[in-house]
Design a protein around this ligand. Structure first.
Ligand SMILES: [Zn+2]
Length: 590
């Protein structure tokens, strides 16, 4: 229900969408004809499924073949020379997709290069790379995807993606009557949340927090990667420059009393138009009655600003101090108003991100404030409340924006700080590690080597696949284990092409990637293809849109996916799933 609320009133019958389909068909033709030229008379076959970006040289390397065969070869793409030969494994049927597949294990191939798989009688695969840092460009594109989502400023992807630009958008904001105030309130900045142009505090909270954690765990490897954004070269690492664009907007959503309004959006979704052509006023929307701000939004702000206070300290002490002050004031507000729930006020039909319980958001805020300050009051709040949430570590939250307890618990376990309660830290670590071992076991038993379970094929299942990988990587940060890291790599391989559709779910990554995301800038028809680096939500057996509803009933859950703009329930992009992808990719860099 919560997720359904995200896309309320997204009308798939919008004529602008139909027009973009026409264009989309042309793009599909172009892509296939270029692949045809590359491979001469034989197109790559979707019957061979692999990560179209590649495999780390020292990691396991498995492709899957969904057509009966006995042997396979790995050939160098420059000259077709065979570099590896092997026998396919016995066939196994995948319960998630219904596919019967055989594994081609070429883990023994460690030499860097670009290759393809050839299976006699079946065909050739799309190409892939083997190397020490094959995922760096994908990380760059995925992180730069946030730059493309910037609101309130002109965006231009530059020579690398000519024509991918938009003028400054949503410069005119005002207080909606539900906010308790009136008059203009621009709050320029932030990231467009998803396929729409709204800005929502709770989804910003989990997305921004996840990205800041990527920095905290993988900072040394992320620091040198420049993103070609306006701030590049200012002395601050670019990932932090990009995150700050959204942080500044989140801070502007805080009222003078410390509370944060829930969202800033138009009252209804615009059509499939570029952002600067959306002239609906951007409204600061509140709960409709005192205190007008919501506890979930305010607690998320407290948590994220507390992380920012420690992360930005070495680069901009004044900003760090400002963030910490905002976090403290937000926390105080939640003490006074521990559970003010947001629901869309009458006449507002944009995403709701409604959450009936903000106790887990407060737990996260307390944990991050304690980790940053070491102050006893935050520690005591955490210790009084954490234990009931331990079972949540056993499986990822389906809607990660509404359940912040896993981040609360993990940040406490990760903290290296005096005053930490050793019993609590040990309990959390034990639970995280046993959960990670269970994920490894489940993934190893799946023929596609993906951590997803049948019940995970809900709205945003690709975000959940990335979340499994993240959970494993965080466990690996606490207790290094090659099985954790390799299994996280398996979840990435699923997202980048080793799946039933042989499709890379990240736009413009891999030779056969998603073309028609439910994403207004991509669907407005102004660019030759989708904006790059964005991850589609993925298969969704809930089938909440008309495209999925029209598919036959009774399919395996992974089959409920359509690469169509109108399938908002399976093909939208969103910053929270995108942040998980960035984290998962960061874990594969060196
Ligand atoms: Zn905008």
């Amino acid at each position: 229900m919560k997720v359904t609320a995200r896309s309320l009133n997204r009308d798939p019958r919008n004529p602008r969408i139909r027009r973009s389909w026409g264009l989309s068909l042309c793009i599909t033709g172009l892509v296939f004809s270029s692949a045809f030229l590359l491979y001469g008379t034989e197109n790559p076959t979707p019957a061979i499924k692999l990560d179209q970006v590649g495999y780390l040289d020292g990691a396991p390397k498995v492709a899957l073949v969904a057509s009966p065969a006995k042997t396979f070869e790995i050939r160098r793409s420059s000259d077709g020379r065979v570099v590896f030969r092997g026998a396919l494994s016995p066939a196994a049927t995948d319960p998630l997709s219904g596919d019967t597949v055989q594994a081609a294990d070429f883990s023994g191939l460690r030499q860097a290069g670009t290759y393809y798989v050839e299976v006699p009688g079946v065909g050739k695969s799309w190409t892939f790379a083997v190397g020490a840092n094959v995922f760096e460009r994908t990380w760059y594109l995925a992180m730069r995807g946030f730059y493309g989502q910037r609101c309130g400023t002109a965006v231009d992807l530059g020579r690398e993606f000519p024509g991918y630009s938009h003028a400054a958008c949503h410069l005119h904001g005002e207080f909606h009557p539900s906010s308790g105030k009136s008059g203009p309130r621009d709050n320029i900045g932030g990231w467009h949340d998803a396929g729409d142009y709204g800005r929502y505090m709770v989804n910003s909270g989990v997305a921004t927090g996840t990205l800041l954690w990527a920095w905290e765990i993988y900072g040394p490897r992320l620091k040198p990667i420049q993103l070609a954004i306006p701030e590049t070269g200012n002395g601050t690492p670019d990932i932090l420059n990009e995150i700050r664009w959204n942080l500044e907007w989140m801070l502007k959503m805080q009222d003078t009393d410390g509370g944060a309004w829930h969202k800033q959006t138009s009252t209804h979704f615009p059509g499939f138009i570029p952002p600067e052509k959306d002239t609906l006023p951007s409204e600061v929307i509140g709960t409709g009655s005192a205190p007008y701000k919501s506890t979930c939004a305010t607690a998320d702000l407290a948590a994220v600003a507390a992380i920012a206070a420690r992360v930005y300290r070495p680069f901009d002490a004044a900003f760090a101090t400002r963030a910490l002050d905002a976090a403290r004031r937000a926390w105080k507000w939640t003490e006074q108003y521990p559970n003010v729930i947001f629901r869309n006020p009458p006449g507002v039909t944009t995403g709701e991100y409604g959450d009936s319980n903000c106790a887990d958001e407060r737990l996260w805020a307390a944990a991050e404030l304690w980790r940053t300050t070491g102050e006893a009051a935050y520690n005591q709040f955490f210790l009084k409340n954490y234990a009931a949430y331990l079972p949540i570590l056993d499986s990822p939250a389906r809607e990660n924006w509404s359940m912040m307890a896993p981040m609360a618990l993990r940040t406490y376990a990760l903290a290296r700080r005096e005053g930490a309660d050793a019993t609590a830290q040990a309990a959390i670590r034990d639970r995280m590690l046993s959960a990670a071992r269970a994920i490894v076991k489940n993934t190893a038993a799946n023929p596609y080597h993906v951590s997803l379970k049948p019940a995970d094929f809900v709205w945003g299942s690709n975000g959940i696949a990335a979340q499994y990988g993240m959970d494993l990587l965080i466990a690996n940060a606490i207790a290094p284990n090659p099985a954790f890291a390799d299994t996280a790599g398996d979840d990435l391989h699923y997202l980048l092409g080793r799946n039933t559709f042989s499709l890379s779910w990240v736009t413009q990554v891999g030779q056969h990637s998603v073309l028609h995301p439910h994403h207004r800038p991509s669907g407005s028809g102004e660019q030759p293809g989708p904006w790059p680096g964005l991850m589609s939500g993925g298969p969704n057996a809930g089938r909440q849109d008309q495209v999925l509803a029209a598919l036959p009933a009774g399919l395996q859950p992974e089959k409920y996916y359509a690469d169509q703009t109108a399938s908002y329930a399976s093909n939208e992009i969103a910053i929270n799933w995108q942040a998980n992808l960035v984290f998962l990719l960061a874990g594969q860099l060196h």
